[in-house]
Design a binder for this molecule. Structure first.
Ligand code: PLP
Length: 468
């Protein structure tokens, strides 16, 4: 442990006190032995978030700087009887994973945080709180995979799912809450949604739901923001989960999911399911995730600045309709700033008005890799309707107002000028903008149509006269 941090008179307990207290079970009541588990003493967060992300404590016998990876499936017992609180089998508990869970529990100021093998595993564990006959209310612009799991539950498990527009809670929620208040067991929210970047008023929806039925569980998928930008537990949510594959890890080199709550009974039920189903995060991935979390603030601080610059460039210089809650033009800019004052995230989307132009833009970037997912140090570009959201029926996509030409950008940590230059090259090659002596300007509809017709050989443009 970090010696001087435990001197008498500091807010934290002296080392001897901690050692005695942790002898059998840890102070957070997770029923796990300590070494090297403790990431934070029970007095929780004390420093600014950027510091807490980096600062960990553990009781490794050799005082290793990074937490050891306990790459083992089993632990030897000291007697034939179960040892009080000791680790026995990694599916049920592992010191590397426990260290990560406690670190995240400190960061999220939650009673308990659990880590599992993917974001979808988090949602799977949470939805196992449901029983046949229960109703679920969910947003209408959910991540495609979440949509798929809900669809599965409604066809195979007797769950009724209502997809509502979460941007108009005062009109969309009351009819369902009134008709089914006692049956609505779970409400699933995302904010900002992806890829339409809709913001939902989590405090207002939580109040509406809990007033109609205090036992309903409000669940927020906080993947788009991470705990660095928003903590939905403080906004009224009962359970929060995230795909840690994204910002928390930051490097697209692991899959993980986290679940956090302030409700001890819910935490116990979730932990039971994780142990029973065997989806807890492996020791090695726990180590990697812990390492990724330490750089979350530096990565996101840079990603926020670059995202804002790119959003302004696309809207003001190129004239596209841009969806980014950091822009004053976003219809819910004020709401987002209130819920997540630290920033608007690093995912934005824009429309070009033409699917084929959008395809060309996506295919002509070099720094922006064509990839699903987000939250990585590298910048990514995608066409959601053809990629991450292709599993949603085309008709449903249309009903939910998802434009087929929508391009999603996930901003990384590269130099922002390089990113804008690369994007500009692709926009020009795709015929979405032109470069004049005055700079970059949007093409008029007529200019675009002419270009397109030339490309298809319908008109004689310079250099292709012979084709007419
Ligand atoms: N939630 C959101 C908002 C996502 O974008 C994703 C994945 O893209 C998930 C959940 C699922 O996470 P995972 O891919 O780690 O299972």
């Amino acid at each position: 442990m970090d010696g001087p941090a435990h001197t008498e008179g500091s807010e934290r307990p002296a080392e001897g006190v901690l050692a005695r207290a942790f002898r059998h079970t840890d102070l957070e009541g997770h029923d796990l032995p300590p070494s090297p588990t403790p990431s934070s003493p029970r007095n929780g967060r004390r420093y600014a978030m950027a510091t807490e992300l980096v600062y960990t404590e553990h009781g490794d016998q050799y005082h290793s700087s990074s937490v050891p990876i306990y790459q083992t499936a089993t632990f030897k017992q000291t007697s034939s009887r179960p040892t009080d609180g000791a680790y026995d089998y990694t599916r049920s508990g592992n010191p590397t994973r426990s260290h990560l869970e406690r670190h995240l529990s400190k960061i999220t100021s939650s009673h308990r945080c659990l880590v599992v093998s993917s974001g979808m595993a988090s949602m799977d564990v949470i939805t196992r709180l449901l029983s046949p006959g229960d109703h679920v209310i969910a947003g209408d612009d959910l991540y495609g995979g979440s949509n798929r799991l809900l669809k599965y539950l409604s066809t195979h498990s007797g769950i009724t799912v209502h997809h509502l527009d979460t941007t108009t809670p005062l009109t969309s929620f009351p009819p369902i809450l009134t008709a089914h208040s006692q049956k609505v067991k779970l409400v699933l929210l995302e904010s900002p949604t992806n890829p339409l970047i809709k913001i939902c008023d989590i405090p207002l929806i939580s109040t509406l739901v809990h007033t109609a039925n205090p036992t309903s569980i409000v669940v927020v998928d906080n993947t788009m923001l991470s705990p660095y930008l928003c903590n939905p537990l403080l906004l009224g949510a009962d359970i929060v989960y995230e795909s840690a594959t994204k910002y928390l890890s930051g490097h697209h080199d692991l899959m993980a999911g986290i679940i956090y709550t302030n409700s001890p009974p819910l935490a116990s039920r979730l932990a039971f399911t994780i142990n029973a189903s065997g989806c807890a995060l492996s020791p090695f991935d726990s180590f990697l995730l812990l390492r990724g979390i330490k750089t979350l603030s530096v990565r996101l601080d840079k990603q926020l600045l670059s995202s804002h610059a790119i959003a302004v460039f696309l809207e003001q210089t190129c004239g596209f309709r841009v969806r980014y809650p950091g822009l004053p033009s976003h219809p819910q800019h004020d709401l987002h700033s209130r819920l997540s004052p630290r920033g608007a995230g690093a995912v934005l989307s824009f429309e070009t008005g033409d699917v084929s132009i959008s395809e060309k833009i996506v295919e002509n970037t070099r720094l922006w890799a064509i990839s699903v997912s987000f939250g990585c140090v590298n910048s990514l570009i995608s066409l959601p309707c053809a990629m991450s959201h292709a599993s949603i029926d085309k008709k449903v996509r249309e009903e939910r107002g998802m434009p087929e030409d929508l391009i999603r950008l996930c901003v990384g940590i590269e130099d922002v000028n390089d990113l804008i230059d690369d994007l500009t090259t692709a926009l020009v090659k795709a015929g979405a903008v032109k470069v004049t002596v005055d700079g970059i300007c949007p093409l008029s509809k007529a200019e675009r149509e002419k270009l397109q017709a030339e490309a298809e050989g319908k008109l004689s443009g310079p250099g292709n006269e012979q084709s007419t």
